[in-house]
Design a protein around this ligand. Sequence first.
Ligand code: PAF
Length: 289
Amino acid sequence: MELIRRVKEMQETCLRLKKERKTIGLVPTMGYLHAGHLSLVQRARKENDIVVMSNFVNPLQFGPKEDFATYPRDLERDNKLAAEVGVDYVFAPTAEEMYPGNYSTYVEVTGEVTGKMCGISRPGHFKGVTTVVCKLFLITQADRAYFGQKDAQQAIVIRRMVQDLNIPLQIITCPIIREEDGLALSSRNTYLSPEEREQALALPRALRVGQQLIQEGERDPKRVKEKILQVLESSPGIRVDYVEVVNGDTLSELIELKGHVLLAAAVYVGKTRLIDNIDLEVEPCTAVC
Ligand code: PAF
């Protein structure tokens, strides 16, 4: 595995690989790798000749009061894990390398997909994400890029960017990887104290209650949302940021639950903000509902 720190070198390497007709799979990360990231690499490994992983804590996607400074970082450990799981190139630029002093270009997806959920709680976040991801796509010339379903809204926003800008690349969303007790893997889980770690289980539990309600025949998104909120609000240590029950492809509001449905929530446990979601295919109600 090769570590590349300069944009020019990464771009020239990828252009050479493309000339050799190699397919490139890109796994964008902010490092502090866990099994969720590694599952993306495994999928990329199966589907491409070359796997590039980016490891870059992108300052643009953090708000002024957010955790950019404290975000966990361990490039040495990450590189070992990346090599073990079959990454060919790790691209780990500095912030100055990605955004030199005269940097002035941003990519922003507007409208419904960014105007709700994390887009409201974290103003400017998705603009930072789409800007860096667009740069990574251009630098690596990837054929496919792999993202986790845990950041469901992020994946939808990036798909929209790719569609709108006619970027010739396929976006692949991979399933959420969870701890045995249900907590979705996240680099931010390391912030949780043992007590908070226990309290955080209310998040996947509440979403499962919502899912169960749908599986039992409920088709009113408002009632599912209320139930999820009820579970979260009655759980100690949890402060709700948002709960949404929306179309899983577009994040549009639903009058009746059918098709691809996303149950998504963000909560604070202490100072740590966690997100999670469940997406499911819902049959239209056939019985008298
Ligand atoms: O999901 C992440 O880790 C980041 O948002 C990403 C896609 C690597 C962009 O910085």
